[in-house]
Design a protein around this ligand. Structure first.
Ligand code: RNT
Ligand code: ZN
Length: 412
């Protein structure tokens, strides 16, 4: 179907496809670096990967060096309409030195800053509280040992400085997201001491003032992880309360809740109590499996909720998936495009008419409309977006992805 005839079909419902396209290309998605190398990072000294997260598979082509990762990222961004962001983890430092986590400085990330300046891709940041000998027992900021807690507090402080350095250079705040694996494999008898410990460590870490124009602190909750099945110290209730009381950004990862919970439903609820949200858009399958996101109901609902609740302005959209059984670059491109497609679909709905039907309690009209609207030619509008950015879709996209994969397949 041609774009012109799709445009007419949407216009018939009162939808302006040009306005939707314009809105879409203003929405940055923070693409996560860790899909490119199966969450390994580039440190010379690490413990076990740990943290209860796991990439499985051995598809060829994993990036082994910062240069390979940046080349893969450049390729992926080249197939994504609009200007996006990069979500970088501290363990992706690029240096000949061997700083421990409590010794890292902005200079260890200079090559990323240079890349960001050259590409115009802004960087968000994450302290890395896993894959380290001092995190092998899945306790970091909540550890009973003060020396271990202090080590991780120092790491967190340094990461805030690094994020602020990126933010100052790029002209938009770098969102610095704190996720710790802390928890217990078996049922603890004292939960509140660990939670008090986590709270006071976070307070110490966030105490040094930072310019909000340069960096913002986010906190990410979790339900459970491998090895911490019985209790996660930084649970949803813990961080929801923390974010409200301390004014941080609240991060919701779609894999960090009970499997039947609707994460899109949470946005409008928590948005009444926190100013800003960060999403880790992900796809849990039975557990926090971090599968690449599809155009599935939960992702479409997430896009629709962001648009219909007017939350795009204060939500930072990040992705969090890692699949090592498929091409890493194909995973980035198709997964990130799926997030964009979910937003585009929402932007192409007759929002006012749907809301009017609902507010007037005409549930029959809402029902008929939502179902009929599913047949509109969303794909033709997406194809037009890609065409305007000189980017392939369909079989031509697969050819491009295969071509690049063939080039990286020989990596050891
Ligand atoms: C882990 C969290 C966290 C990580 C990244 C690598 O369960 O989702 O966000 O996936 O920090
Ligand atoms: Zn996450």
């Amino acid at each position: 179907m041609s774009y012109e005839s799709a445009k007419a079909q949407f216009a018939d419902w009162g939808v302006d496809t040009e306005a939707a396209i314009k809105a879409l290309i203003q929405i940055p998605i923070s693409m996560h670096c860790w899909q490119g190398d199966d969450v390994r990072g580039f440190e010379t000294q690490t413990g076990t990967s740990g943290g209860g997260i796991q990439a499985t598979g051995n598809f060829p082509g994993r990036a082994r060096t910062p240069d390979e990762l940046r080349a893969d990222l450049d390729f992926a961004y080249g197939l994504l309409p609009s200007t996006h962001r990069l979500n970088l983890h501290a363990m992706y430092m690029d240096t000949d030195e061997t700083p421990d986590r409590d010794e890292i400085e902005p200079r260890h990330f200079q090559s990323w800053l240079d890349w960001s300046q050259a590409t115009g891709i802004a960087i968000d940041f994450n302290p890395t509280f896993f894959a380290h000998a001092k995190a092998d027992d899945n306790l970091t900021l909540a550890h009973p040992d003060k020396g271990i807690r202090d080590f991780w507090i120092e790491h967190g402080k340094r990461c805030r400085d690094i994020a602020a350095t990126f933010g100052a250079a790029q002209g938009s705040p770098s969102i610095n997201n704190i996720w710790v694996p802390d928890g217990f494999k078996d049922t603890p008898v004292d939960r509140i001491t660990a939670r008090r410990q986590l709270e006071s460590s976070l307070d110490a870490m966030l105490a040094p003032p930072q310019d909000k124009a340069h960096m913002r602190d986010a906190v990410e909750s979790k339900l459970f992880g491998i090895g911490v099945e019985a209790c996660t110290v930084g649970s949803h209730e813990f961080y929801l309360g923390y974010a409200i009381r301390k004014g941080t950004v609240l991060c919701l990862d779609m894999g960090h809740f009970h499997p039947t919970e609707n994460i899109a439903d949470k946005l409008s609820a928590v948005a009444l109590s926190v100013d800003e949200l960060l999403l880790h858009v992900s796809r849990p399958m039975r557990w926090d499996s971090d599968h690449v996101i599809l155009q599935s109901d939960d992702i479409l609902q997430m896009g629709q909720e962001l648009v219909f609740s007017g939350l795009l302005e204060r939500t930072h959209i990040g992705l969090d998936f890692f699949d090592a059984t498929i091409s890493r670059t194909a995973a980035w491109v198709i997964g990130t495009r799926n997030m964009q497609k979910s937003l585009l679909r929402a932007l192409l709905l007759p929002q006012d008419a749907l809301k009017t039907a609902e507010l007037s309690q005409d549930h029959n009209k809402r029902f008929m409309m939502t179902e009929e609207l599913k047949d509109l030619p969303f794909g033709a509008v997406w194809t037009e977006v890609c065409k305007r950015h000189d980017m392939p879709v369909g079989k031509a996209l697969l050819t491009e992805l295969d071509r690049y994969q063939a080039n990286v397949a020989s990596r050891g």
